[in-house]
Design a protein around this ligand. Sequence first.
Ligand SMILES: [Zn+2]
Length: 189
Amino acid sequence: MSNMYTRLINQQHPLPEGYIPEHLVDIGIPFDALPGDSKRLLEMKTARAALRLISASQRDGLSLYGVSGYRSYSRQKQLCTGSPYVAAPGTSEHQSGLALDLSCPAVRMELVEEFAHTPEGIWLARNASLFGFILRYPKGKEDITGVPYEPWHIRYVTKPLATYLTLTGLTLEEYHQLPQHRKSDNPIQ
Ligand SMILES: [Zn+2]
């Protein structure tokens, strides 16, 4: 399949209405939601990568928690209230199972900009790419992503692409606009 992990999902590139990712799992990462809650679900490879990421952060003495993983199309529709942080149904990466919002007790498990200044948020920004994730909505790229700065939202794109995007500072939007020959410099394409 033309790599689902590198797929661009945004306002202009929505997922199909009935899209449900294959192999959604609750792999048991620390989560600010009770077992059985569907927001704990992630696509299988994403879940494994998230588990490695959180385990590594724990070894560094940190307390990262999942706040929101998978979100179904219908759930997204219920949540969509016109807030700039809440994407229209089909345009949320959370519907793909490839995105995860993280927080920590220092900011009361909230999804707030202050998270970026906690040890957990700083660690996440520095280390997410080692596990195949990018900070999908960086500061200063709001005009390109169309989404406000979200230091808590990570997206699984595989390690080679996460490394490439982190080194170049490109967003997923900018990456998808590159000419094909530039993309082919990237080992995964
Ligand atoms: Zn998110």
